[in-house]
Write a protein that binds this ligand. Structure first.
Ligand code: APR
Ligand code: PHB
Length: 386
């Protein structure tokens, strides 16, 4: 086969890119190694920046999002038994939306299939070399000749590893903790998100709908789920989310639980020849800032425009792609690291760190300037921010 743009990976990055290109009259083939059912059930993040919602709305991908999302105008920082609301919309002028990433993937897959253009599921043995993508599907070995390859295959994909190690600079930081996350069939116990700093560790109260709550606990990086029966999870969450004036965390059937590693990771540049990396294939942020999905969409918004310029004979956008994306990537990396460092108890219980964290939290909730800085980063800097 031959196409203009070969897209490896049908996550948010790959699917939004495919839709942007289709609207620009540029053909693409999307290759996904999982089944459609798998990627539509894969529970991931759930916070959309206003810029992400604006882009999805502009390109006609937000009909169900606007019907089902939960619009939030604030979040709570909880520490020392007291909750402190950060009025996001009042401070930063824009709201955030709660809408499960797997719901967005369903919408994106449906939109792709409606175009009639190729979205190939269950591929295997994908190999990328320059502008050729080879893969196996239904027992047949296929090769796809492209003008451009978009590596949207996430942190564990094959596109980044196909680049010679000497051509990339890797920046990474592992954190000494992980998140144990659960999805529970119970109404949220708070209307907004609660980020809790507690001596026993961080906890986060989020949600997916008026019936589904999403909750996370800081645990050890090598935590074994077997040691966390439902009862223990609910007890620990109730403890970490408690406050002096009382707080009842509604429990219920746990539909899913898992442990997510925490890391910061960036490769530079995000390009090698005609291969362009986007989203988790190029960078990973700790989930505390709820940025992964939004950063992936920001990357492909830049890439789609650059590809359109390329077909008009102007390669400057492609040549500037990596540098332009990395300015936003590093701003988001810093914010995600800052939120993570402020809210997670270091495993060694270092008292100096504890005092610094409390001081930072008190400053953020006590200073309009500090709270505004958190708010503008959390709701999302403009897509064209650099
Ligand atoms: N061949 C084809 N597809 C692949 C391969 C491969 N070798 N390896 C991985 N994939 C697919 C994965 O199954 C997944 O569907 O690529 C897709 C990558 O999607 P994501 O991992 O969701 O990454 P991205 O689209 O960049 O979105 C980033 O998703 O993982 C979350 O937390 C992350 O919210 C962030 C967002
Ligand atoms: C989620 O709802 O999954 C979520 C919310 C906020 C975060 C991370 C995850 O910072």
């Amino acid at each position: 086969m031959r196409t203009q743009v070969g897209i490896v990976g049908a996550g948010p990055a790959g699917l939004v890119l495919a839709h942007l290109l289709h609207r620009l009259g540029i053909d693409s083939v999307v290759l996904e190694n999982q089944t459609r059912e798998h990627i539509e059930r894969r529970i991931r993040a759930g916070v959309l920046e206003h810029g992400t919602v604006d882009l999805l709305t502009e390109i006609g991908l937000a009909e169900r999002l606007h019907k089902e999302r939960m619009v939030h105008h604030g979040l709570e920082l909880l520490f020392d038994g007291e909750g402190h609301r950060i009025p996001l919309t009042e401070l930063a002028g824009r709201e955030i939306s709660i809408y499960g990433q797997h719901e967005l993937v369903k919408d994106l897959v449906a939109a792709r299939l409606a175009t009639g253009r190729p979205l190939v599921f269950s591929v295997s043995d994908v190999a990328v070399s320059d502008r050729l993508v080879e893969y196996t599907v239904d027992g047949r070995r296929e090769s796809l000749e492209c003008d451009i390859v978009a590596g949207c295959d996430g942190y564990h994909g094959v596109c980044r590893p196909s680049i010679p190690a000497g051509a990339l600079q890797v920046y990474e930081r592992d954190y000494p903790y992980a998140w144990l996350g659960i999805l529970a069939r119970t109404p949220p116990s708070s209307e907004e998100l609660i980020y809790a700093y507690h001596e026993r560790g961080f906890a986060l109260h989020s949600m997916r709908s008026p019936q589904i709550t999403r909750l996370y606990l800081q645990v050890r990086p090598d935590e074994n789920l077997d040691g966390w029966p439902d009862e223990r999870i609910w007890t620990e969450l109730q403890t970490r989310l408690s406050r002096r004036r009382g707080f009842h965390l509604a429990d219920g059937p746990i539909l899913e639980k898992g442990v997510t590693a925490m890391r910061s990771f960036v490769v530079e540049p995000m390009r090698f020849g005609r291969l362009f990396l986007a989203g988790d294939a190029a960078h990973i942020v700790p989930p505390t800032g709820a940025k992964g999905l939004n950063l992936a969409v920001a990357d492909v918004a830049v890439l789609a425009t650059a590809i359109a310029d390329f077909y008009r004979g102007d390669e400057s956008g492609l040549n500037a792609y990596s540098e332009r994306c990395l300015r936003r990537v590093w701003r988001v990396q810093h914010f995600s690291w800052w939120m993570t460092s402020m809210l997670h108890r270091p495993p060694d219980g270092d008292p100096f760190s504890h005092r610094l964290q409390l001081s930072q939290l008190r400053y953020v909730v006590g200073s309009t300037a500090a709270a505004t800085s958190l708010a503008e980063n959390y709701v999302g800097l403009p897509l064209d921010w650099t």
